[in-house]
Design a protein around this ligand. Structure first.
Ligand SMILES: [Zn+2]
Length: 96
């Protein structure tokens, strides 16, 4: 019985790592996002004086925040418009 519990824990941890940390669905979403240069290529009007940020193409807001894709240890960041919640572009933390 103990063996089965142990096995169950290993499987649960494996599933947790796969879906939460590796998270193929999130990785897929992330792959589809443009990088900042690609984003600015598509929406040149969104360029700001800040080289590492841009305005929202949808509502024009410059309140764009970034957050890690999964946990705070994740070097993959998505940049989100605070006004309309649109995910605009992605970047990778240099501190990975
Ligand atoms: Zn917006």
């Amino acid at each position: 019985m103990q063996f089965l519990i142990g096995l169950g824990i290993i499987v649960a941890v494996g599933i947790f790592y796969y879906y939460v940390l590796y998270s193929p669905a999130q990785q897929d979403d992330w792959d589809k996002l443009p990088t900042l240069p690609e984003y600015l290529d598509k929406h040149p009007e969104c360029k700001t004086s800040d080289d590492e940020n841009a305005k929202c193409y949808s509502c024009g807001s410059d309140k764009v925040i970034f957050q890690p894709l999964t946990t705070h240890l994740d070097p993959r960041y998505k940049h989100i418009c605070l006004s309309c919640n649109r995910i605009l572009f992605k970047s990778k933390s240099i501190m990975s």
